[in-house]
Design a protein around this ligand. Structure first.
Ligand SMILES: [Ca+2]
Length: 482
């Protein structure tokens, strides 16, 4: 009997000792207004992003990832809840919660409800930059998503340093200001003066504190969003006089429908050639500063031994124009504005480059699948999980992005970029052969020999909108407000 008990005991203790399958953590890092054209591992050899590039060399880098709406608020609402903006009619500066209703789980909330510690540091749902950063506001957050949330207050354009306004200031006499304008500040002091430095510090602290429980840590950096503010040494590698601007093609705007001329251009911002170069140089400096903060977070993850059970995602809410077609900033659905950098690193998977189309709404189902969590059948994203095992695998054959209140549409296939202004195309169409004309200089939509392709895309868009707004979603599309 005594031996039997002992035997039973040892069995019991053996089963207790058996290591429990550890849940995979999620570290989600998002930059604000970062175009893939300013990331070295994508295509830029001037802009320096060693930390993002290192992550890219260890994970899967997606070359055809697109946002669903090239503006902060609606893009973030879309990928955090997993629906297309057109499905929920979420086109504004909101979290998106109101339109999906109280019972739909956000991406982070799904993890929270499955026993994860979920935290947000700084901007994940929409925050107005610079205003909400100056005040330390929660912005348009979704509180139900988080166990804890932290804001990173920063001086933004009011940071002490050498400032310059390069928009709407052709003779250079105006003082710098806040708002959504290209204000540059070469700031005094170190990384921690600014929001992103504080965000990295808080993220490192949380990783140390929560390393023994499953976590979903969302880290939102606000650079390179304007104002272009960074400690001054980040500007040194980018003397503005050496910046090479995209070519100015004569007649470039002649075949762009009026609505396709972006809301900020060299013309309406009255930018001088030097101011254009200064804007690009300051953008790169802001990117380098943000990249350095990314490195701090990734280093702590490694130091704390969390790399083996943490999935890392790095992306941006949308892209950005840096003078292509004399356009600046976002909103446009041209390539530089609609495409995003996307890197996913999963423990145990080989580094790869994946050319499958991917959309930011795919993140929610992808991470849920990797963590073994069940998602709502209503979600509109598709899991990219299979591309992490086989980078040749295809999840989508096109990407879908809307802008301008959901009235401008982009369908992007491997060969074509199709842009339609209004559902009835009443304000025009653009068609670009992305293999022959990747910088989108020649609109083919009105050439008779492309009429068949245009008709195909018009039909594809109709079908896409019907499927996106499907009643099966359980969202009453017709009654929604922006
Ligand atoms: Ca943004």
């Amino acid at each position: 009997m005594k031996y039997l008990l002992l035997f039973a005991f040892s069995l019991l203790s053996l089963s207790c000792l058996k290591p429990k399958e550890k849940k995979l953590n999620v570290l989600f890092i998002i930059a604000d207004d970062l175009t893939s054209t300013a990331v070295s591992s994508y295509e830029n050899k001037v802009s320096k992003t060693p930390n993002i590039d290192k992550l890219a060399s260890e994970g899967t880098r997606y070359t055809r990832a697109y946002c669903q709406y090239p503006v902060c608020g609606p893009s973030r609402a879309s990928f955090m809840f997993g629906y297309y903006p057109s499905a929920t009619t979420t086109f504004g500066y909101v979290s998106g919660r109101k339109n999906v209703g109280p019972d739909r789980k956000s991406w982070a909330q799904l993890f929270k409800d499955n026993g994860y510690y979920t935290a947000r540091v700084s901007k994940i749902f929409h925050m107005g930059v610079p205003r909400d950063i100056e005040t330390g506001s929660n912005g348009k957050d979704d509180e139900a998503s988080w166990t804890e949330r932290f804001n990173s207050k920063g001086p933004e354009w009011k940071a002490p340093g050498e400032g310059e306004l390069v928009q709407g200031n052709p003779d250079g006499t105006l003082p710098i200001r806040g708002g959504n304008v290209m204000t540059i500040v070469k700031a005094e002091g170190d990384d921690l003066v600014h929001a992103d430095g504080k965000t990295a510090k808080k993220a490192c602290e949380l990783l140390r504190k929560h390393k023994n429980e499953p976590f979903f840590l969302a880290v939102g950096f606000v650079r390179p969003h304007v104002p272009f503010v960074a400690p001054k040494h980040y500007f040194e590698p980018y003397p503005y006089s050496e910046i090479v601007m995209p070519p100015k093609i004569k007649g470039d705007w002649d075949d762009i429908p009026k609505r396709g001329i972006n809301y900020v251009t060299t013309v309406n911002a009255k930018m001088t050639p030097d101011q254009e170069k200064k804007a690009v140089a300051a953008y790169y400096a802001s990117v380098s500063y943000m990249d350095t903060q990314v490195g701090k977070v990734l280093n702590i993850l490694k130091e704390e031994g969390l790399e083996d059970n943490t999935i890392i995602v790095f992306t941006s809410d949308h892209g950005y124009h840096l003078g292509e077609h004399s356009f600046w900033m976002k909103v446009s659905v041209k390539e530089e504005s609609a495409r995003v950098p996307l890197i996913i690193k999963v423990p145990g998977k080989k580094p790869a480059v994946c050319n499958s189309f991917a959309e930011l709404i795919d993140l929610y189902p992808t991470l849920a699948e990797l963590a073994g969590l069940k998602v709502s059948e209503h979600l509109q994203g598709r899991s990219l999980a299979k591309t992490l095992d086989d980078p040749e695998a295809k999840v989508r054959d096109m990407a879908f992005t809307v802008t301008q209140g959901g009235n401008t549409f982009l369908l992007r296939t491997k060969k074509w970029a199709y842009i339609q202004y209004n559902e009835d195309a009443s304000l025009g169409i653009e068609l670009f052969d992305m293999e022959k004309d990747p910088k989108q200089y020649t609109n083919l939509a009105n050439k008779p020999e492309y009429a068949g392709i245009v008709t195909d895309f018009r039909n594809k868009l109709k079908e896409k909108l019907i499927s996106v707004r499907s009643n099966d979603l359980g969202i009453d599309y017709s009654s929604k407000k922006k």
